[in-house]
Design a protein around this ligand. Structure first.
Ligand code: ZN
Length: 160
């Protein structure tokens, strides 16, 4: 449970990953944003819903380049990431009114990364007691909202 407390975004993308190559690079190349739950595309990053969310509204801000670390960023990439994370923060606050928000990244599988080697920042709405509730139901994550509803709500809020 401590893992969840400090790294709630340890979603197991790789458990469900039969296709070769990088999931985020495939998403980026795709023409169908809705099919992949891509919420917004910037010049250097895109925003996508986590298909295995820790809580409803869990999104990721993903670098367009296949780079692993913050130290790989160009100046302009760092600046745009901050702007997009801020947009996500505002949209999540507006749509979900959470008690708090986790923002963070896992570099490497040992750190909990589900997609290894392609940098992505998680933005996760949190509610008082959500961890406590989850420990009481063991490994079951609490996800109440349909992903399509999440998509519609957050896309609208991000566009504002
Ligand atoms: Zn990639």
């Amino acid at each position: 449970m401590m893992d969840r407390l400090y790294a709630p975004w340890r979603a197991a993308y790789f458990m469900n990953e039969p296709e070769p190559g990088c999931l985020f690079c495939r998403m980026l190349a795709s023409q169908d944003d809705r099919a992949h739950y891509i919420l917004a595309r910037g010049e250097r990053w895109f925003v996508v819903i986590n298909r295995y969310p820790y809580t409803s509204g869990h999104v990721m801000v993903v670098c367009n380049r296949h780079v692993e670390r913050v130290s790989d960023f160009a100046e302009a990439e760092g600046a745009e990431m901050t702007r997009l994370v801020a947009r996500c923060e505002r949209a999540i606050a507006q749509v979900y009114s959470p008690d708090g928000i986790n923002i963070g990244a896992n570099l490497g599988r040992s750190a909990g990364a589900g997609v290894v080697g392609h940098f992505h920042m998680h933005v996760v709405p949190r509610w008082q007691g959500d961890t406590n509730f989850m420990s009481s139901v063991g490994e079951t994550r609490v996800v109440s909202e349909d992903l399509n509803d999440t998509y519609e709500k957050l896309r609208r809020a991000l566009a504002e």
